[in-house]
Design a protein around this ligand. Structure first.
Ligand code: UDP
Length: 429
């Protein structure tokens, strides 16, 4: 680590796995550049301070009841959190700023928060604290917040009532972003988002830093909210090179029993080894995998392994993994690109739909299931990807994309340069 530069950055992540990982990775990057780090977080989905002893963690009450923390409605959850966290966050930040002049004499240079914390603008302004917005989406998706209201006004959106954006209210997010001192994309870079980046720079009119896949700066670091089952690495060690299909749908997606059963049949019928993550509570009306019929369970045992949570980045790095059946959350998509693992796309909602289109139709590094959760379709896609010449071509393309993105975070790459600009900017506050 570089010597401390006497500046402290305050980070405020949303309590979702896909937001905590990138925020903690950003913290590690900034810490390595001499900044001290304070993370303000909710009680719900609190990160583990013991995993990051060099950071200061401050917990605020979030007002969520036990039942509310179990909701599957993310929009509702975020609305409640925004309502109940405003006052405790203000108290916490104010106290922190008052202590600046105390014993440690460390200057708080700025606040970095997720775009969906929409109450921060007036608060930071009243405290005279510079504020940057962190974004964990693909740039082209986030730019949709800018484009969508125009399309709605012009009645150019054909489908009413469709969840294009998870995190309403769109205009508030937009305003929070446009009034900030800068917008940071932790998992994007010119190589993945060139057109949208130049458009977003014009539209948002604030400096945009696309610092690239952040986990590439500190591989192996983890801020998992769930406990990963490491036995899957020993299981992967026993499999042949590029033979395994890894299956995971992230930390939020839910499915029905019959959908999980179709997926499990499809994987078993493909006759390829597979590692399937089924999160506890992710299958409706059941605790975990009790509803899988015995006959299918016997088939799964022949070729597959099911875990509750995997050390995903380690899994994707493993030589045995040849494909990733994914919901195309942006973190999962980028992690797959960074390891050169081609994908089978099964997006559920929101940005996943757009990310999957990029994978299958723009970069052409994956096969899209087009929403068909049917055993024959899944079986066929696995075989196409792992066994057929088409899969070879996809793999080659993925390798090229991986190399481009990896170069981006190396010295003088586009993401690396963007990070340098970000560090300069934070130092200037
Ligand atoms: N993840 C993991 N183990 C799993 C499934 C997911 O470590 O079994 C991690 C994954 O590496 C990624 C994050 O959880 O960093 C999921 O983020 P993503 O944006 O892909 O999806 P979300 O959970 O937000 O839908």
């Amino acid at each position: 680590m570089e010597k401390s530069n006497g500046q402290r950055v305050v980070l405020f992540p949303l309590p979702l796995q896909g937001c905590i990982n990138p925020m903690i990775q950003l913290a590690m990057i900034l810490h390595s550049r001499g900044f001290s780090i304070t993370v303000i977080h909710t009680r719900f989905n609190a990160p583990k301070p013991s995993s990051h002893p060099l950071f200061t963690f401050l917990q605020i009450p979030d007002g969520l009841s036990e039942a509310e923390t179990r909701t599957h409605d993310v929009t509702l959850l975020l609305t409640r959190l925004n309502r109940s966290c405003e006052s405790p966050f203000r108290d916490c930040l104010t106290k922190l700023l008052q202590s600046e002049t105390g014993e440690r004499k460390q200057r708080i240079s700025c606040l970095i928060h997720d775009a969906q914390w929409i109450f921060t603008q007036s608060l930071a302004q009243s405290l005279n604290l510079p504020r940057l917005v962190l974004n964990t989406y693909k740039v082209s998706f986030f730019h949709g917040h800018f484009v969508l209201p125009h399309l709605r006004r012009q009645r150019l959106l054909p489908l009413q009532g469709v969840d294009y954006l998870p995190l309403t209210p769109t205009n508030k997010i937009l305003e929070t972003t446009k009034t900030s001192s800068g917008l940071i994309f932790v998992s994007s870079c010119e190589e993945l988002d060139q057109d949208s980046l130049s458009q977003a720079r014009q539209d948002f009119k604030v400096p945009i830093y696309a610092i690239g896949p952040s986990h590439n700066y500190f591989p192996g670091s983890s801020s998992s909210l769930f406990t990963p089952d490491d036995t899957c690495i020993q299981w992967l060690d026993k499999q042949e090179d590029k033979s395994v299909i890894y299956v995971s749908f992230g930390s939020l997606a839910n499915m029905s029993c019959s959908e999980l059963i179709e997926i499990a049949w499809g994987l078993s019928n493909s006759d390829q080894p597979f590692l399937l993550v089924v999160r506890v509570g992710s299958v409706k009306d059941t605790e975990w995998i009790e509803m899988i019929p015995e006959e299918l369970m016997e088939r799964i045992k022949e070729k597959g392994k099911i875990v509750k949570w995997a050390p995903q980045q380690e899994v994707l790095k493993h030589r045995a993994v040849g494909g990733f059946l994914t919901h195309n959350g942006w973190n999962s998509t980028v992690e797959s690109v960074c390891e050169g693992v081609p994908m089978i796309c099964l997006p559920f909602v929101w940005d996943q739909l757009l990310n999957a289109r990029f994978v299958s139709d723009v970069w052409m590094v994956g096969i899209h299931l087009e929403g068909r959760i049917e055993r024959n379709v899944i079986d066929r896609a696995v075989r196409r990807l792992l066994l057929e010449p088409e899969g070879e071509v996809i793999r080659e393309r993925m390798k090229l994309l991986m190399e481009k993105v990896r170069r981006s975070v190396k010295q003088n790459g586009s993401a690396y340069r963007s990070l340098e600009h970000l560090v300069d900017r934070l130092s200037s506050f």
